[in-house]
Design a protein around this ligand. Sequence first.
Ligand code: NAD
Length: 345
Amino acid sequence: MTKTILITGAAGFIGSEFLRQTLENTDYNVIALDCITYASDEGYMWRLFKDIPKERYDVSQQRLENLSPYWVKKLNLQNIDYVYHFAAESHVDNSNANGKPFIDSNILGTYSLVEYLRKNHPELKCFFHVSTDEVYGPSFNPNYADETFNLISHYKETDRLAPTSYYAVSKASAEMIVQSAGKVHGFPYVITRCANNFGNTQHNEKLIPKFIEKVVRGESFPLYGKGEQIREWVSSTRHCECLFALTELFGVEVNSGDIYNIGGYALTNKELMDKILGILEISINDVKFDSTFDRPGHDLAYGIDSSKLDTLVGEYTMETFEKEFRNTVLYYQDKDPITELIDYE
Ligand code: NAD
């Protein structure tokens, strides 16, 4: 029988990529849930549904925190086989300025979704909880340099969580709610902790689209510190492919309660900018930087060990990374600006 999935945050950056792959590569029925915030691209979501038969999907615009047992009764699709929980407030700088929306959406929202599902959907096979490598906290610690003088720890799934920003704290809390439901109520789940994503349709407040927009328009770019922060980068396409692969393997090699890191390639922000400029064929001497003080509590590096996932789904090759990165840069080169905010996550 055709499976039905619920995608939360389906109008956001990664949720909409997951929706695109679902509609293109599977015959799943889809319930797309999103409250539509400033970060959403609602038009893109609707364009994805344009040629899809109406009986194959439902769209629900509401906040996770307000879910009620009556919610799904309004929809055509009633049973849910898998949930992919992307919906969240996701902008770190915003979280440090005002953490409340992050507590509401990411913690209360996850709690109310999990409670709703476990009480009303006994048929649910697995809840895929989309988390972040930021839950581990900074992985740069000069006091713990290893014998190769590598200052970056590559955290494994079993390592302790030590998040720094309100964003990361809210994501770590959400994970623990899901784990608690698993332990206490037998709620079936898998958690993924992914590195920084790049790809199309990301809001212009984030580093890659914002940097390209500023450079293309000849405007100055506010640089935190010296751009030495290290992040791993992976495409939103690869991120979603991994979620599909884990779904395929669920009940075989993947079990409820499993956690998987999804890593990419590490670059300093400065290296990332040089890479973008190389693709755009713009000299660094032609870029105006506004050097700003680094933000308080800005984690210098994140690092994760993805070997557990890679043995199951195959490695993310450098060749694929380079190709996808180039396509992303060219996509934003032609895109109109949206906002004036900036983030380095
Ligand atoms: P995004 O901000 O682009 O999209 C999030 C979507 O969730 C938005 O459309 C928003 O309207 C919706 N949403 C927010 N609060 C909601 C609520 N209370 N109820 C219903 N909908 C709500 O975020 P993204 O970059 O696509 O990230 C998706 C998920 O992936 C998040 O959980 C994030 O923590 C995680 N993640 C992101 C990255 C990254 O680099 N972007 C990396 C690792 C993990």
